[in-house]
Design a protein. Structure first.
Length: 398
């Protein structure tokens, strides 16, 4: 974040501070928001809104027009070219006050639960009358429906999508999704419980909305898994089932961290990613389908021209080398590789992989990937960036 943005954020205030600075009551400010003569607050998160100097300046202008020029709110609306909201427009999601009510409801649902949160609680927290609440929502059930509809946006706000979209590697992409999910977890945990209960609702409309909500969330996860399968990064799996289970793991991780608050989220994100990547099967398992049946030996030459023989060679503890090919990702099993030549090209590292069949393919590889194995002297590891050549010794491999 640059200095200008930091300064702008430091100038932002909550409603209480705005009331004090403007010397106006909450109800008056909410009236101005509802009428449209005061612009909506700045949304900093799913349940966080702030006001800044532009709101304070606008309130001073409104005060001058109201007190000195004795103008009514409709006259100020006409002056500001603001159309008075009609009753049937109160469900417009762009309404500033409606969003404030909605955000407060999410906060209370997550904190106290759906059944224990009453309309009077929401209105009281905002210093609003129940009548004002009913201008925007006919009932608590209607509010819940909107919570469910907006759940996908709450769990991953739009400003996080761009950062996720830029990440091409499936596992790093999943890692980022988990990070953002855990940041929003205290906000959405109450809503996900409501959405689950709604799946079994006697109201078919609510049940359908809940199902559509989870389908929307799973759609993005399914797309990621499908792309990873096409690139050979992930084995063939049931897409919808796997995406739903993956989301369930993220939710469970959120509850785990609530029970173990002293631990770092990053520590358990890494544990979750390890579970997603490797499952539960032991490396030395003789179970059919074990991916670690074969151990390949190799000769590794580093930048100092030092050569060392390794048993059970691995790339980041994996039995494949992974890199970027054009706009996609490629995993090549060690079993298919004859040799790997590493070259530095600008800030990147290029691996020229010669296959057993004699063909050579060039991929971009992360220089921090660790090549490891068992040497005659002990366990050995070296980053790809310090390697010149790797020759796989198939004759002496198990």
């Amino acid at each position: 974040m640059d200095i200008a943005n930091k300064k702008n954020n430091s100038d932002r205030m909550k409603m209480a501070a705005l009331c004090q600075a403007a010397e106006l009551s909450r109800s008056t400010i909410y009236q101005y928001l509802r009428s449209g003569i005061l612009h909506p607050p700045i949304k900093e998160g799913p349940t966080q809104v702030r006001y800044d100097k532009t709101h304070l300046k606008k309130l001073e202008e409104i005060r001058h027009l109201r007190e000195d020029q004795k103008l009514s709110i409709p006259q100020i609306q006409e002056m500001f070219q603001v159309e008075a909201p009609q009753k049937d427009d109160t469900n417009d999601a762009s309404s500033g006050l409606k969003n404030i009510i909605f955000d407060k409801a999410i906060e209370l649902f997550s904190k106290n639960g759906f059944s224990k949160t009453k309309i009077t609680d929401i209105a009281s927290e905002l210093n609003l009358g129940k009548g004002t609440f009913y201008l925007y929502f006919k009932s608590k059930e209607e509010l819940v429906l909107e919570c469910i509809e907006r759940f996908p946006e709450i769990i991953l706000p739009p400003n996080t999508w761009e950062e996720i979209r830029k990440e091409r590697n499936y596992f790093r992409r999943a890692h980022k999704r988990l990070q953002f999910l855990l940041e929003a977890f205290p906000t959405f945990m109450g809503i996900v419980s409501i959405a689950k209960l709604a799946l079994r609702s006697d109201d078919p409309h609510m049940a359908r909305k809940a199902m559509e909500c989870f389908q929307t969330i799973n759609r993005a996860l399914t797309k990621d898994i499908k792309r990873a399968i096409q690139n050979g990064v992930v084995r063939e799996v049931d897409l919808e089932f796997t995406s739903f289970i993956t989301f369930g793991m993220g939710e469970a991780l959120g509850y785990w961290l609530m029970m173990n608050p002293k631990h770092s989220p990053e520590e358990y994100i890494n544990k979750a990613m390890d579970l997603i990547s490797h499952g539960l099967m032991a490396n030395n398992s003789n179970t059919a389908g074990n991916l670690d049946e074969k151990a390949f030996n190799a000769k590794v030459e580093d930048l100092d021209r030092i050569k060392i023989e390794l048993r059970k060679i691995r790339f980041n503890k994996e039995t494949h080398i992974e890199g970027t090919l054009g706009g996609g990702e490629l995993q090549i099993d060690i079993e298919k590789i004859a040799s790997v030549k590493v070259e530095k090209k600008g800030p990147d590292h290029i691996a020229l992989v010669t296959m057993e069949a004699g063909k050579t393919i060039t991929i971009q590889i992360d220089g921090s990937v660790m090549v490891s194995g068992e040497s005659p002297y002990g366990n050995y590891s070296i980053p790809v960036a310090k390697v010149i050549r790797i020759v796989i010794d198939k004759k002496n491999s198990n």
